[in-house]
Design a protein. Structure first.
Length: 186
């Protein structure tokens, strides 16, 4: 189940928690973050190719592409047996910003986005069917957990794709990582 927990920047417990998709979208929408549900137009096999995955969501991808001026679309998939899972996880764990939107659609699996806006941290558990679009300049980080298990469509408006600039804030280590956040929700 998708979940949003809102923390004060210096607190160890959330001040607000939401599990209703409409409520999550409303809270995130106030920050300019898009959060919506997509459905495939065809069934997908677990080993579907990048082309098959994108084709299954073609209408939604095309709508966003025309709205955002998307230059490239790809699919990223990480499973628990990936030999570089820890190295890839570390790449996203520090707070950073982009000059581009960060748009991710979870075809399957899940991951947690952490958005740092003003004096609050918005922890968003995204799952299969969730699209999140973090605007350019919004400080954030992402955790896929110690044993990542997700497949995402990524959409980019710049030719270089994912380019991050670290904030060097160190704030990410003050919040529960993916595994702890998910365990707290159980």
């Amino acid at each position: 189940m998708s979940r949003l927990a809102i923390y004060n920047e210096h607190s160890s417990a959330p001040t607000e928690t939401y599990t209703d998709h409409v409520a999550i979208a409303g809270q995130l929408g106030r920050l300019g973050v898009r959060f919506e549900r997509w459905e495939a137009t065809t069934a997908l096999a677990a080993n579907a190719t990048q082309e098959e995955v994108i084709a299954a969501y073609r209408d939604s991808v095309d709508r966003l592409s025309s709205e955002y001026g998307i230059k490239s679309v790809d699919v990223v998939s990480l499973r628990p047996d990936h030999p570089q899972k820890e190295e890839l996880r570390q790449k996203f764990l520090d707070e950073h910003v982009h000059s581009d939107f960060e748009v991710r659609f979870f075809v399957d699996g899940e991951g947690v986005f952490y958005l740092h806006v003003d004096d609050r941290v918005y922890v968003v558990l995204c799952e299969q069917g969730d699209l999140i679009s973090v605007p350019a300049g919004v400080a954030h980080w992402f955790d896929m957990g110690k044993n990542p298990n997700f497949k995402c469509i990524r959409l980019f408006t710049i030719p270089d794709g994912w380019v991050a600039e670290s904030t060097n804030s160190g704030i990410a280590s003050s919040f529960p990582d993916y595994d702890n956040f998910v365990a707290m929700q159980a």
